[in-house]
Design a protein around this ligand. Structure first.
Ligand SMILES: Cc1cc2nc3c(=O)[nH]c(=O)nc-3n(C[C@H](O)[C@H](O)[C@H](O)COP(=O)(O)OP(=O)(O)OC[C@H]3O[C@@H](n4cnc5c(N)ncnc54)[C@H](O)[C@@H]3O)c2cc1C
Length: 416
């Protein structure tokens, strides 16, 4: 048994590490447990987009119809799902379908906007103060479109976001080619989210974990949480494969694995994994000037210093983290439809990661309704990197008994 800890964080991904950083800065003692290597989970191979513009949750009107349409074109579909009769999975799917409406979007906009803006501000400050060299670029990201239908739908969404204060430029064909010369001639327009940024997530997470260790965190890798003991509404013991831990406060930040880790706590945490893939290569002869999204294909292209990364696919329900070579090749093929690439790519890494997705597309941040010394920080879906530093700050505020920077009520677990 280790001596009693102050704040114990389960999970060293972008969310857990951000919580650790802001807790340490506020004077708390922090211990991080991770089943694997800290900073190497589902955050490291992602697109690296920091997107305060993403104020529309995954569960929104039209999503189910689009998903059904995409399934008719399986070779290009950005979306897939496991077929299973597992009651928890079916119940999650039903809740997701029920949440794909205007009321859910209206509920989510303000909290997602507050968390996104706070996170973007914290990213800029953290990277400057800590002098992190992680290819951080505040150039926004540019959506490219190849057909009128896609461009029109993109503009409709952009108008909606502009009304909520998101800075956006819409480019016609000649302007989009001036702004992004790597775009192929049949790209007909673009939408530029100018307030967004991107970075190399693996480098950022490595630097953040080194910094967190340097300012005092105790870090235990290959230490898998296997269960809990509770008494009188408090967690009294966190059980792991490397012994038991006791702590005043526990933060659960295990991403898509959160419901599995929390089994003993008998909490209803409706999170499903949504797998995605990336392939990373050495820089091409001609590199994009900014981060891109290939509008109709929903694929991200990220220039990361001397590397170039493509990411795509959202496959609900599967926990395996094996990159699927068929989809890696299809992602490359799709990118070739939009931008100039070297004939032969010098691929350095293929990767798969899991997005932790809730049925309403909003994270779960707040105190557990059943355990007084447990805080949940999870369910960030496709935005866990982007929303990490804001989540870290509000979790530190909660632990320290302060009023959070914005209202966390819409993100409480007991909304489900
Ligand atoms: C293809 C793809 C592209 C993406 N692009 C972006 C992007 O551009 N921008 C963005 O913001 N987000 C993006 N995401 C989403 C982002 O990667 C996730 O939201 C993020 O990783 C979630 O962070 P987390 O810290 O909650 O969980 P994770 O990153 O999953 O970290 C959880 C940690 O918990 C640990 N853990 C699990 N079980 C246990 C246990 N039993 N005991 C102890 N530790 C445990 C794991 O080892 C892991 O290190 C993308 C995801 C994918 C798959």
């Amino acid at each position: 048994m280790n001596s009693k800890h102050d704040v114990l964080i389960i999970g060293g991904g972008p969310v857990g590490l951000s919580c650790a950083y802001y807790l340490l800065k506020s004077g708390r003692k922090v211990t991080i447990l991770d089943a694997h290597e800290i900073g190497k989970g589902s955050g490291s191979g992602n697109a690296g987009h920091i997107v305060p513009s993403h104020i529309i949750p995954l569960a929104a009107p039209g999503v189910v119809t689009s998903a059904l349409k995409w399934m008719l074109d399986p070779a290009h579909s950005p979306f897939g799902m496991k077929v299973s009769l597992d009651p928890k999975y079916i119940s999650w799917l039903l809740q997701f379908v029920m949440a794909c409406n205007e009321a859910n979007v209206q509920r989510a906009i303000s909290p997602l906007n507050s968390l996104g803006q706070l996170s973007a501000k914290n990213f800029a400050q953290l990277i400057t103060e800590e002098k992190f060299d992680c290819s951080y670029q505040e150039k926004g990201f540019l959506n490219l479109y190849k057909n009128e239908e896609g461009f029109h739908a993109g503009q409709h969404e952009a108008e909606f976001m502009q009304k909520h204060g998101i800075p956006i430029n819409v480019y016609d064909k000649s302007k989009v080619h001036e702004v992004e010369p790597v775009a192929l001639s049949d790209v007909i327009g673009g939408i530029h989210f100018t307030g967004d940024a991107h970075l190399n997530p693996a480098v950022f997470l490595k630097l953040l974990s080194e910094r967190v260790r340097a300012i005092g965190a105790e870090m235990f890798e290959n230490t898998s949480v296997t269960g809990f003991e509770s008494m009188n509404g408090k967690i009294t013991k966190v059980k792991t494969n490397a012994g038991d831990f006791e702590s005043e406060q526990v933060i659960l930040a295990a991403g898509a694995f959160t419901p599995l880790v929390a089994r003993d706590l008998k909490l209803n945490i409706p999170i499903q994994p949504a797998r995605g893939y990336s392939l990373t290569m050495t820089a091409n002869k001609q590199m994009p000037r900014q981060a891109l999204i290939l509008g109709e294909r929903r694929i991200a292209v990220s220039p990361l210093g001397n590397l170039l990364r493509f990411t795509g696919r959202l496959e609900v329900g599967n926990y395996s983290q094996m990159p699927n070579p068929v989809w890696i090749q299809r992602i490359e093929n799709s990118v070739r439809e939009y931008i100039t690439l070297d004939e032969k790519l010098d691929i350095q890494e293929t990767w798969a990661g899991l997005r932790p997705v809730t049925p309403d597309g909003m994270p779960i941040i707040g105190r557990s309704p059943t355990h007084g010394n447990l805080i949940l920080a999870t369910g960030h879906a496709m935005l866990g990197l982007s929303l990490g530093p804001g989540t870290g700050q509000v979790v530190a505020e909660l632990v320290n008994g302060q009023t959070p920077s914005f209202s966390l009520s819409p993100m409480r677990l007991d909304r489900f």
